[in-house]
Design a protein around this ligand. Structure first.
Ligand code: UT7
Length: 334
């Protein structure tokens, strides 16, 4: 039996993808009773991107493009990967996983492939899983994707949901590194399943909670109690960042970037204020891309990476919460 040599994990490459089609607040105000002013004040969003199914776009095409960009950035090809993890709630089918179809598109066989369902926490869950698998010695390079085409699950008759979500994908290639101090130095993956009725996509009538309103009978579309999610998130988001700093003994000054799920600008601003996080360490792109669920943390990470704002040796904290309810953080020494 070969002995397992402790190892670390490096980020070999990063990529992202967003659809070309823009859906602005003005567009939405023509479709429903809402306004640009209300949306910007309550969410910080001006526009979001959405896939065009008529052009064959969807979760699969977006996730594949992001992974391809991450591989290019790493100077690698699909067959260099030994595992693909795709985090999403909007994969076209439940069988096969979109991870398998991404593998087919990128010629990655016989790499393992599976989807992770953790809603907006999906990318952070997936990167935590991938780091642990590489450290286990079983895998050497893993492609991690967070991607949601939320426009395929949004009920455009429900204004509280329709204004919030957009479509995007972010991806990284993680690779084994000789330095065990490199990679994820602390991770949180938690959930409180009792709160699931705050955010769910029912498939059949039996899935709908007994006390739900008749409007919630729209099968296949996202149902969300925005106020409940907001109340939960505004506390949990701050707590999970604080827990990550306390557990690692790091201070805000030690961290180069807090890469936060773009849920609602008010939730991010509240955490910034309570924890004293400076503007230049909390990247915001919700104004242009909305809340892209599992896509958002990876998209932010990639935009920071491509801009040279995340460099080797930096400490970076990834943080997200979402349906389930789930929450997750991942502290990295890049
Ligand atoms: O990514 C993880 C999952 N989701 C989230 O993080 C979402 C968390 N929640 C939120 O971001 C916010 O709750 C929303 C943006 C969804 C809603 O904002 P809010 O400030 O919590 O609004 P509200 O639901 O408390 O509604 C306030 C008022 C209501 O009218 P009344 O009852 O006060 O007369 C709503 O009917 O605003 C009304 N409203 C709207 N008005 C114009 C709700 N949606 C809209 C809209 N345009 N789109």
């Amino acid at each position: 039996m070969p002995t397992h040599v402790p190892c670390g994990v490096r980020i070999a490459g990063s990529g992202s993808a967003v659809p070309d089609k823009r859906l602005t607040n003005e567009d939405l105000s023509k479709m429903m009773d809402t306004s640009d002013e209300w949306i910007r004040q309550r969410t910080g969003i001006s526009e979001r991107r959405i896939v065009d199914p008529e052009k064959g776009e969807g979760q699969l095409s977006l996730a594949t493009a992001a992974m391809k960009n991450a591989l290019d950035n790493a100077g690698m090809v699909g067959s260099d990967l030994d595992l693909i993890i795709n985090a999403s709630v909007t994969s076209e089918m439940t069988c096969p996983s979109n991870a398998c179809r991404i593998s087919a598109a990128l010629d990655a066989a016989p790499a393992g492939a599976f989807d992770v369902l953790a809603a907006c926490s999906g990318f952070v869950y997936a990167i935590n899983i991938a780091d642990s698998l590489i450290r286990s010695g079983r895998f050497k390079s893993i492609g991690v994707i967070g991607c949601d085409a939320m426009s395929t699950a949004v009920d455009y008759d429900d204004r509280s949901v329709a204004i919030l979500f957009g479509d995007a994908a972010g991806a990284v290639v993680l690779a084994r590194d000789e330095d065990p101090g490199r990679g994820c130095i602390h991770q949180v993956m938690e959930a409180d399943g009792r709160t699931w009725p705050s955010l769910y996509i029912p498939r059949k009538t039996e899935d709908i909670p007994a006390n739900a309103s008749p409007r919630d009978a729209r099968l296949g579309t996202l149902r969300m109690d925005g106020r409940e999610v907001y109340k939960f998130a505004v506390t949990q988001f701050k707590n999970v960042i604080k827990e990550s700093l306390d557990a690692t003994g790091l201070t805000v000054d030690d961290v180069a970037q807090f890469v936060c799920h773009q849920s609602n600008i008010r939730i991010i601003e509240s955490a910034k204020e309570k924890l004293g996080l400076p503007d230049d360490k909390v990247y915001i792109n919700i104004d242009k891309f909305g809340n892209s669920s599992a896509g958002s943390v990876g998209l932010c990470f990639d935009q920071l990476w491509q801009a040279g704002k995340i460099k080797e040796g930096d400490i970076v904290v990834l943080v997200a919460f979402g349906g389930g309810m789930t929450w997750s953080s991942s502290v990295w020494k890049v």
